[in-house]
Design a protein around this ligand. Structure first.
Ligand code: SAM
Length: 201
């Protein structure tokens, strides 16, 4: 079992870079009992601060480290092993717990925003003492098409949706088919963030 890293040790309480901002939200975004029950946790992942990654020009919230995010990404951090592909860098919340894990060989991340790669990537680089992380500028809807570019992975994690709704779940179903060729074998994981909640949301 791995633990999430306290993002207060990574980010300032407020910072702007290019068209993006990372800051501590004054609201504490707690998960509902229904979501806690679904994942079989009590309130053990609750905390009293929440970081937010926002795109300024569109006012779009791209990622938080809310209790809901911790719960819904716990399977990934506990099961990631070998060579890992993550679509969506965000706050790097799910990347940081893997850096010192001996079972991880490589972490490839596809991110479409250069500003996020520059800012968040620099934070990761300082902590990536074993040089495992490779962040590439790219679009998750295109990356799988380039057979010369991509490798094969033990865990493919598709994590670029900012929120959950019917159209996101439909999109996930397509991505699960599209990204299957990038898995190593039948033991590899191929998951979309929170797809398991389709039946209860
Ligand atoms: C929910 S966050 C990812 C969370 C992240 N895995 C973490 O550990 O914090 C979504 C990220 O995906 C990126 N993104 C959104 N659409 C994308 C796309 N089509 N291709 C690549 N990245 C995308 C966003 O810019 C944002 O950084």
């Amino acid at each position: 079992m791995k633990n999430f890293i306290d993002l207060r040790t990574i980010y300032d309480s407020e910072n702007t870079f290019g068209d993006f901002s990372i800051y501590i939200d004054e609201h504490n975004l707690e998960a509902t009992e229904k979501i806690r029950d679904f994942y079989g946790f009590s309130d053990s992942l609750k905390k009293d601060y929440t970081f937010v990654l926002k795109k300024i020009s569109t006012d779009q919230l791209l990622m938080t480290d809310s209790e809901f995010e911790l719960l819904s990404n716990k399977h990934f951090i506990d099961n990631a092993t070998g060579d890992v592909l993550i679509l969506g860098l965000g706050l790097s919340m799910i990347v940081l717990p893997l850096l010192d894990d001996d079972s991880i060989n490589s972490i490839t991340i596809i991110e479409q925003e250069q500003d996020i790669i520059d800012y968040v990537g620099a934070k990761i680089k300082k902590l990536d003492l074993r040089n495992k992380v490779n962040i590439k500028l790219g679009d998750a809807y295109e990356y799988y098409k380039n057979k010369d570019e991509y490798g094969k992975y033990d865990y493919v994690y598709i994590d670029f949706w900012p929120s959950l709704n019917e159209s996101a779940f439909k999109d996930m179903e397509e991505m699960l088919i599209t990204y299957k060729p990038l898995t190593k074998d039948e033991n590899s994981f191929l998951r979309c963030w929170s797809y398991e909640l389709k039946t209860i949301i």
